[in-house]
Ligand binder design. Structure first.
Ligand code: EPU
Length: 419
């Protein structure tokens, strides 16, 4: 199995180009199911989850082609099946995103029920109750969600909890429903906004974009368009954290500073000098002291849960004591025990971590438990004295394109090894 080996203690400096957002491209690829004919998605990151989504679409009979720049073109005219099988859903929960568009366009769909995962039980009840409110008949049996509806009907839906893929699924269902749907308490993560903008470009009538109240006037058909995925705000934040934790200076290019305002504020609070333009961000930590910052995760525009583990690594070697509270997922603290193997001083009380910053972390063999936990361990390894070996990095490859190559260019001593 592949591992990452890091010899820490090197200051990272330079420039890095950010990829398209994983959590935007997955719903956008699902949205291609709504298009009559061909549709092209650009600025696609080369990630395992994108490959899995391509397999999922191809399994449904969609023709998918990928050009040299990794632009993905789909053609739904060849579709033969409305099923997302267990083999794919078990490797990527985001497969659930085909539920809404397939049902709305083809009148039936079968998706293996995603189980829990390392960070929590992650139910999909809000996706299902929303579709039922739009008139779908749904059964959950033999581990599959089976939904049918001749044509979905507009409905007023108040979502009981803010859910990102839940909002995406209901949005993709409502665009082809008969009449008007309102989605209240909707997620307004930038990736949801990106999806809504793409759907409108395809001919949908969505208003209230970027707010928690979406209004969707159903249309009869949507056309295929060309759409460019927004930059990945979590990848951006992770590279900025690499500069912060190593006392370096990094400029991230092709970024979207407006999508991570609170994260940038936390970097400033941690002592970094941040400069931004419309599409780049520079973080300068040279000759500065890294300070602890308190973090409470919230739905957007609050602090993103997907950056919590990275700030845990930073706080582990920052000056002072910090409190980190995870409010989105019930079990997203698995990195704590691994960071402690590297000398971090963290007390965990339920979903709150109290972190006493240590002057030094030391390298150790550690294990990635989920995607962002793996990012946190890489950051800690970059800052630590000595050698860190990170196991189970298939988690990393789900969300970070060529991470070791990009970190090497910034001056890190990191390599991918087999065995
Ligand atoms: N929830 C329910 N019922 C539902 C749906 C969600 O109770 O029907 C709960 C979840 O269990 C969780 C909370 O609501 O406690 C929020 O979950 P949400 O549905 O928003 O998460 P998600 O859509 O499954 C996406 C991202 C995650 C990111 C979260 C929160 C994608 C593909 N995944 O997950 O990304 O952490 O939103 O922002 O968009 C990652 O990239 O590392 C990652 C895990």
């Amino acid at each position: 199995m592949e591992k990452l080996v890091i010899h820490g203690g090197k200051q990272l400096n330079g420039e890095v180009v950010i990829s398209g957002a994983k959590n935007a491209v997955l719903p956008l690829l699902a949205a291609t199911l709504l298009a009559d004919g061909k549709m092209t998605i650009k600025n696609v990151p080369r990630l395992r989850d994108v490959n899995t989504t391509i397999k999922l679409l191809e399994g449904m009979g969609v023709t998918v082609s990928v050009d040299d720049d990794y632009n993905i073109t789909t053609d739904t005219r060849s579709i033969t099946s409305y099923c997302a099988p267990y083999e794919l859903v078990k490797t990527m929960r985001a497969s659930i995103l085909v539920l809404g568009p397939t049902l709305a366009r083809y009148g039936e769909v079968e998706v293996s029920l995603p189980g829990g995962c390392a960070i929590g039980s992650r139910p999909v009840n809000i996706h299902l109750s929303g579709l039922e409110a739009m008139g779908a008949s749904i059964s959950v049996e033999e581990g599959f969600i089976r939904a049918k509806a001749k044509r979905l009907k507009g409905a007023n839906i108040v979502m009981e909890k803010v859910t990102v893929t839940g909002t995406a699924n209901l949005l993709m269902a409502a665009v082809l429903a008969e009449g008007v749907t309102t989605l209240d308490n909707a997620a307004r993560e930038p990736e949801v906004t990106d999806l809504a903008n793409c759907l409108n470009k395809m001919g949908a009538k969505i208003s209230g974009i970027d707010t928690t109240s979406l209004r969707i006037e159903g249309v009869d058909r949507l056309q295929g368009v060309e759409y460019t995925v927004l930059p990945d705000r979590i990848e951006t934040g992770t590279y900025l954290a690499a500069a912060a934790i190593t006392g370096g200076k990094i400029k991230v290019l092709n970024a979207a500073p407006s999508t991570l305002e609170i994260v940038l504020q936390k970097f400033r609070d941690a002592g970094a000098l941040i400069t931004t333009s419309t599409d780049w961000i520079e973080l300068d930590m040279q000759e500065r002291i890294l300070k602890s910052v308190d973090i409470t995760t919230e739905p957007h525009p609050g602090f993103p849960t997907d950056m919590q583990a990275q700030f845990m690594a930073m706080n582990s070697c920052a000056r002072g004591i910090s409190v980190i509270t995870e409010n989105i997922f019930e079990n997203r603290m698995m990195h704590v025990a691994e960071l402690m193997r590297m000398g971090a001083n963290i007390r965990l009380e339920g979903n709150t971590a109290i972190v006493a910053g240590m002057p030094d972390l030391f390298g150790a063999p550690v294990m990635a438990t989920d995607l962002r936990a793996s990012a946190s361990l890489i950051l800690a390894g970059l800052a630590a004295n000595g050698k860190t070996i990170i196991d189970r990095i298939y988690h990393t490859d789900r969300g970070y394109e060529k991470i070791e190559v990009r970190l090497q260019k910034l001056g890190a001593n990191i390599e991918r090894v087999n065995g």
